[in-house]
Design a protein around this ligand. Structure first.
Ligand code: NAD
Length: 258
């Protein structure tokens, strides 16, 4: 970590000034930004029926191949859960900032909460929980050609047997190339990079802050815990996202004028 950043001024005030004066702000968010909305991170224990399963084992192509029904039902459970939660103050603060600042918002989250808070053009690197796609389809798979399946099993194409699956990127799968390229280019162009609620353990998304740092951006991290990305940061704010972002993203000049 760049200790110079702590030498003068309060870290929060300094970080706020950097963001307020940024030419291009690059933001990377992870599961932690949605934790205060009630969406558990993968590192939190699961509850109820799903408590005995490890999410890292369920969110894989191997798990779907082994037991498609189990994975499909787990995603149905997650969809129901996420449909009941609301964006929190951190999502709203980012959406408000976008109105008067050049900003690229990249998320690893699949919960759609940034868009629900009003953010436009969000790059969802790991897909969206509420969309489906055909796995290895024949090109003619469609909802009209679905064969009957047992309750709780994923729909199957009558023509080729392909199964419908959640349109998310599972562990071990590649990210959508075009989205990743846009995100990498934006990280390289940014002069300030804000990283919120990610453990920095899932690549290639976790490499984006170091791309920004290598190209001269100042890196600010918001996370109550230490993360693998701390060594790239100029300032680490060990705080929760929903409490920290409204303070961090308030424009000091506007605040002074009002
Ligand atoms: P992660 O579970 O690896 O790490 C979450 C991070 O958030 C941790 O470092 C934790 O300290 C931090 N955190 C916890 N509470 C926080 C808070 N209130 N404010 C700020 N930070 C907080 O998540 P990840 O790094 O995003 O990567 C794991 C993968 O899990 C990603 O691929 C992601 O798609 C997927 N995932 C997404 C969701 C979602 O869409 N909400 C939820 C769970 C997992």
């Amino acid at each position: 970590m760049n200790q110079r950043a702590f030498a003068d001024g309060q870290p929060l005030t300094r970080a706020r000034d950097w963001i307020a004066n940024a030419r291009h702000l690059f933001v990377l968010t992870g599961a932690g930004i949605s934790a205060e909305s009630g969406v558990p991170t993968f590192r939190d224990a699961q509850t109820g029926l799903w408590a005995r399963y490890d999410p890292m084992q369920l969110a894989t192509p191997e798990a779907f191949a082994r037991d498609p029904g189990l994975v499909w039902r787990w995603y149905s459970h997650r969809r129901e859960r996420v449909a009941q939660v609301e964006p929190n103050a951190a999502h709203f603060a980012l959406a408000a900032l976008q109105k008067h600042r050049r900003m690229t918002l990249v998320t690893q989250n699949v919960d759609g909460l940034h868009a629900r808070a009003g953010s436009a053009g969000v790059i969802e690197l790991h897909g969206n929980l509420f969309a489906d796609r055909w796995q290895h389809g024949c090109g003619r798979c469609a909802s009209q050609v679905v064969m009957p399946v047992a309750e709780g099993e994923p729909p199957q194409c009558k023509l080729c047997g392909a199964r419908l699956r959640p349109a998310v990127v599972w562990f071990g799968e590649s990210l959508p190339e075009a989205d990743l390229r846009v995100a990498q280019k934006a990280a390289a162009d940014a002069d300030v990079c804000l990283v919120v609620g990610t453990s920095g353990m899932v690549y290639p998304a976790a490499a984006l802050p170091s791309i920004a740092a290598e190209h001269g951006a100042r890196v600010i991290i918001v996370n109550p815990e230490r993360s693998d990305l701390d060594h790239d940061a100029d300032i680490v704010l060990y705080r929760k996202a929903a409490e920290c972002l409204p303070l961090l993203l308030a424009n000091p000049f506007e605040a002074a004028a009002s």
